[in-house]
Design a protein around this ligand. Structure first.
Ligand SMILES: NC(=O)c1ccc[n+]([C@@H]2O[C@H](COP(=O)([O-])OP(=O)(O)OC[C@H]3O[C@@H](n4cnc5c(N)ncnc54)[C@H](OP(=O)(O)O)[C@@H]3O)[C@@H](O)[C@H]2O)c1
Length: 384
């Protein structure tokens, strides 16, 4: 296993981290298959993975309750007495915070669930622009200061799926140690994106990557146009390996988290990690990645650059986000997966079905897009 420093903390983290959001289950999401997960974690740790990422709601029945992921990890780490061998990362469910004391209560509950007295990397989970001032008013940054001072957490960070300008604003708001962003070769220009990645790394923050395979889509749903490029590449790699190697090529990235739910995936990603050095892809390999990106992007339906001039929509539609999901559906030939993501990631007040065809957005659009028509397409393709 290769290791990199987490930002400027001095901690050496494995370049492949174990995401504990998609552990093997017994059928329903809130029932972890403990036997299979134990075997997977045993092997992962033996092979040198030392970074485990979980969060309060993972493997739960809803986002407002604690899930089974933290509880299982706590049991596993205590039984194997291996807290000292790994870095444990978990997250504060920011969307559940109503009053200042909630922050301490959640952290204390998480320490109990994880059976530890200190969490190595504690992140504010899923920061959004529209919730940020509420969190600041609650004193979330002062809370991080005090929980670090009293030793309940060692390092602080945040995760976000929101836009670049907001991501940078948060980076500048505190002396963070790390951030966690969605990043893969198709998502370099959405959310924090490459700009955000470089910005955070420049400030000395460790950058942890989530959804490196776009939740599995880049490995499991490869359009024929893309497969043909892989088939003619000078090196024989599986799509997941190409996607991971593309990320480790970037020196700004500390850890790439993957949600591996069987031994084959774990073994494949471990093998890919053996060569995951910064700047390790050749010029030819980088050219292949550009071809692959182009093959995906030729399938794009809406040429939206997500400049944001069209929002706020008076009816609340998050137009750039709706178009991003429509494009994903077109590019990836995988409508049902994207429909599910649209349903979970875009709140019902922000979906295309709220469009009342006032036309204000079209007047503002820098790309002169027929936004109202395209929103109908979003509704038709992705549902209400
Ligand atoms: N902070 C946040 O808001 C947030 C959000 C998302 C994720 N995360 C964290 O980031 C972690 C990683 O994200 P992710 O789970 O979306 O990662 P991912 O690696 O993009 O997707 C995981 C899925 O990829 C597939 N996969 C993995 N390795 C493979 C391989 N070698 N070959 C074929 N398929 C493979 C599996 O899909 P199948 O199950 O279909 O086989 C697996 O479930 C999560 O586990 C979680 O800890 C955080």
């Amino acid at each position: 296993m290769l290791y990199r420093e987490m930002g400027t903390t001095g901690e050496q983290v494995s370049i492949l981290g174990f995401g504990c959001m998609r552990l093997p289950t017994l059928g329903s999401y809130d029932q972890i298959d403990k036997e299979k997960t134990t075997l997977l974690l045993d092997y992962a740790l033996q092979q040198g993975i030392n970074y485990l990422d979980t969060a309060y709601p993972y493997h739960g029945i809803s986002n407002s309750q604690g899930g089974e992921s933290e509880v299982f990890l706590g049991e596993y780490l205590a039984e194997n007495d291996c807290f000292d061998d790994i870095y444990l990362a978990t997250k504060l469910p920011t969307w559940l915070l109503e009053k200042p004391e909630d922050m301490d209560n959640f952290l204390n509950e998480q320490l109990q669930r994880l059976q530890t007295e200190q969490i190595d990397f504690y992140l504010l989970h899923s920061l959004k622009e529209k919730r940020w001032s509420h969190l600041e008013d609650l004193g979330v940054l002062e809370f991080l200061d005090s929980a670090t001072a009293d030793g309940r957490i060692k390092y602080t960070g945040f995760s976000s799926h929101d836009e670049t300008h907001f991501f940078k604003e948060v980076v500048d708001a505190y002396h963070w140690d790390l951030c966690q962003i969605q990043y893969n070769y198709l998502d370099e220009n959405i959310q924090a994106g490459r700009e955000g990645l470089e910005y955070a790394a420049d400030k000395g923050m460790g950058v942890v990557i989530m959804e490196p395979l776009k939740g599995g889509i880049l490995a499991n749903y490869v359009p024929p146009e893309v497969q043909e490029i892989w088939d003619h590449a000078p090196v024989n790699r599986k799509p997941a390996e190409w996607a991971l190697r593309y990320l480790w090529d970037r020196p700004e990235i500390s850890v790439v988290l993957s949600g591996m739910n069987n031994r084959e995936q774990l073994v494949e990603n471990l093998i890919a990690a053996e060569d995951g050095l910064p700047h390790s892809l050749s010029r030819e390999e980088n050219e292949i990645m550009e071809e692959v990106k182009k093959a995906y992007s030729d399938k794009i339906m809406v040429e939206c650059s997500a400049c944001g001039y069209c929002i706020p929509c008076p009816n609340g539609v998050n137009i750039p986000q709706c178009f991003s999901y429509l494009n994903q559906a077109a590019m990836l030939n995988d409508i049902s997966n994207v429909q599910m993501q649209y349903y979970f990631m875009v709140s019902d007040t922000e979906r295309a079905s709220n469009c009342r065809e006032c036309g204000i957005c079209q007047e503002m659009c820098t790309q002169k897009l027929p936004i109202m028509e395209m929103l109908k397409e979003v509704k038709k393709t992705l549902g209400n």
